[in-house]
Design a protein around this ligand. Structure first.
Ligand SMILES: [Zn+2]
Ligand SMILES: [Zn+2]
Length: 367
């Protein structure tokens, strides 16, 4: 099928929209006509070659659209269904069997190798193969062949451009708070960084009934929105005061949970001493491989404090995305407040606005 896709020909280059051919869905796959795709920070990490995604490739992993055709063995969706796509998982490893697919033993190859398990791709340009199946989808395109496991049916009455980012950034932030850290009602939560993931964590902390929700960022605009979305306190790191001092300045001895979405090691090292007894630090950002965190073991041991890695908010998308949609409908998760919509042709502007911090969640709309 003829389609258009934003092809990245070399790492650190620009994505250019090109005519491409998309293959039919294979066994277990779904062909989706893409209506919208959010831009996630991980797309930029892949673009820059910091994850070993091969080129030429089509990125994009927050796609939403309408099912056109299903391959053999796919029974949970049918043509005409509206769907959101999330990350890919194998379905058969110990984590997948226990409904914990974010920790799939095949997570890395399935989401970053940009080929099917048999080594083929679903996209060609001028007869040459282009890597597909990034996060089981490659949705910076007008059509995508997705892995069936990551396609989630959604209600047809809601705008797909608002639902698209549920598949990665939003489920990561909300899931970090509600699934991974399982934040207790009445507790205190510090969210470091108020991008799409951090802002989602703030909304989730409010859903969890946290008594104090502290938002930390350099951007005054983002902190203002964070306050509207649930933050009870805003912290401005000034480079001089330690995180613990900032927390104490808000009248707290420490915090019960820290959600780190910044990935800035010196800031993290400073944040650990702000953990209360039984406190948990959630590592939610994209951390540079090899980077280490310096922590005092006696401090961690004595209060039963923990550090926990978090992938995709420990979500099982098939269960969690419908929950996110219910919260969106009820007004508890006003995710559209952080979005800006762009025509697919304006992908470069959308990426620029996301990277400069001008827009929290840019979303491409395929007409
Ligand atoms: Zn698995
Ligand atoms: Zn993502």
């Amino acid at each position: 099928m003829a389609a258009k896709a934003a092809v990245l020909r070399q790492h650190q280059g620009a994505m250019k929209i090109e005519p491409v051919e998309i293959s039919s869905p294979g066994p277990g796959e779904v062909l989706v006509k893409i209506k919208a795709c959010g831009i996630c920070h991980t797309d930029m990490v892949m673009r820059d070659g910091l994850l070993p995604v091969p080129t030429p490739v089509v990125l994009g992993h927050e796609g939403a659209g309408e099912v056109v055709e299903v391959g053999d063995g796919v029974t949970h969706v049918c043509p005409g269904d509206h769907v959101v796509m999330s990350f890919a998982s194998c379905g058969g490893c110990p984590s997948c069997v226990e409904h914990d697919p974010a920790y799939c033993h095949q997570f890395f190859p399935l989401n970053f190798f940009a080929v099917r398990p048999d080594g083929t791709t679903a996209i060609t340009a001028g007869g040459e193969p282009v890597h597909s199946h990034v996060f089981g989808q490659s949705s910076f395109a007008t059509y995508a062949v997705a892995s069936g496991t990551n396609v989630v049916k959604v209600p047809a009455d809601l705008p797909l451009e608002v639902l698209a980012p549920l598949g990665c950034g939003i489920q990561t932030g909300v899931g970090a708070v509600l699934n991974s850290l399982d934040v207790r009602a009445g507790s205190s939560v510090l969210v470091m960084g108020t991008g799409a993931v951090g802002m989602s964590a703030i909304m989730a902390a409010r859903i969890a009934g946290a008594a104090r929700i502290l938002a930390m960022d350099l951007s005054a605009d983002r902190l203002a929105l964070a306050s509207e979305l649930g933050a009870t306190d805003i912290l401005h790191p000034d480079g001089k005061k330690a995180v613990l001092e900032l927390v104490q300045g808000a009248g707290l001895e420490g915090v019960d949970y820290i959600v780190d979405t910044t990935g800035v090691p010196p800031l993290l090292a400073q944040a650990v001493p702000a953990l209360n007894i039984r406190g948990v630090l959630g590592l939610v950002a994209a951390y540079p491989p090899g980077e280490k965190l310096d922590v005092e073991m006696a401090f961690m041991m004595s209060g039963g404090r923990r550090i926990q890695g978090v992938v995709e908010g420990s979500s099982d998308p098939q269960d969690f995305i419908p929950k996110l949609i219910a919260w969106y409908r009820s007004g508890l998760l006003p995710i559209d407040r952080m979005m800006k919509f762009y025509d697919f042709a304006d992908i470069s502007t959308a990426i620029e606005d996301g990277e400069s911090g001008k827009v929290i969640k840019p979303v491409l709309v395929m007409s």
